[in-house]
Design a protein around this ligand. Structure first.
Ligand code: ATP
Length: 253
């Protein structure tokens, strides 16, 4: 595929860049064909949100950063869409929060896990988990249950972009704090999340990292204050309101 050469001034720049990255990810065997469909679904919701981060999503990103900084064993789960869209941004978020990165796929093949791990390493990742697959999330059938024993299985806080509802539920039942990044405020995963970040991963991941940089020196009491001030249901409601009414000004204030 040719290099992406659309000027940033183009009104559809971000949307076109997103498509370009997903398409390139698909060509490299990183993003599944189902992932292309998921992208289309997300894109339509993002269009209705005005392709911007709502104030409520920004608050969620800040709460996500606080959770990651307070965690003992934070893990960023990466699927084929997240890898294609935000490889470098994921590596940066892991670095600033001290989180591990684990490839975790709905349509899992070892080949695709390896391709994604390699792509993340090209973007600066040192260690990428997910290949060992030596533990299982209880309550899910074999392939979808596979995780690393010293990764997601042992994690206390997990960031799951574009997660499917069943796995989000199963991870919640394991007692994990789940930070879900999903443009659909009605999706089961978003509704099950401790912190639903209703935003495009392409904006959400760097935004969580920016908040983490700002909060990095804060003490535990300050970080807990950020968590106490966050209301997941209010964030979901604000996003739904923005989508249904188109009134972006009223979303999250
Ligand atoms: P449900 O959770 O309701 O069962 P689903 O998991 O079956 O939904 P999919 O069609 O698999 O839904 O799509 C995955 C989700 O990812 C969708 O909710 C979609 O809005 C979201 N999504 C797609 N692209 C992005 C993106 N770039 N950023 C954030 N979310 C996205």
């Amino acid at each position: 595929m040719e290099e992406f050469d659309v000027p940033e001034s183009h009104p559809r720049y971000h949307s076109l860049l997103t498509r370009y990255r997903v398409e390139r990810g698909h060509e490299r065997g990183i993003t599944s064909t189902q992932g292309l469909i998921a992208q289309g679904r997300g894109e339509s919701i993002d269009y209705l949100l005005g392709e911007r981060t709502l104030p409520s999503a920004d608050e969620a990103a800040r709460a996500a950063a606080a959770h990651l900084l307070l965690a003992d064993r934070p893990v960023l789960s990466v699927n084929g869409n997240a890898a294609a869209l935000v490889p470098g941004e994921t590596v940066d978020l892991a670095a600033v929060t001290g989180a591990d990165i684990e490839v975790n796929l709905f349509h899992r093949t070892d080949e695709r896990v390896r391709a994604i791990a390699e792509y993340l390493r090209e973007h600066g990742a040192k260690e990428v988990k997910g290949l060992a697959a030596d533990a299982r999330i209880p309550g899910l059938e074999h392939e979808r249950a596979k995780v690393d024993a010293d990764g997601i299985y042992a994690a206390d806080v997990v960031v799951v972009p574009l997660e499917d509802g069943d796995r989000a539920e199963a991870l919640g039942e394991m007692g994990k704090t789940e930070i879900v990044i999903d443009l659909n405020p009605l999706s089961r995963s978003a509704r099950l999340a401790t912190v639903p970040v209703v935003d495009n991963v392409i904006r959400a991941v760097p935004n969580i990292a920016a908040h983490a940089r700002e909060l990095r020196e804060a003490d535990a009491a300050t970080l807990r204050g950020v968590l106490d001030g966050f209301d997941a249901q209010a964030a979901l409601d604000a996003a739904e309101r923005a989508i249904r009414t188109g009134n972006l000004a009223g979303a999250g204030e």
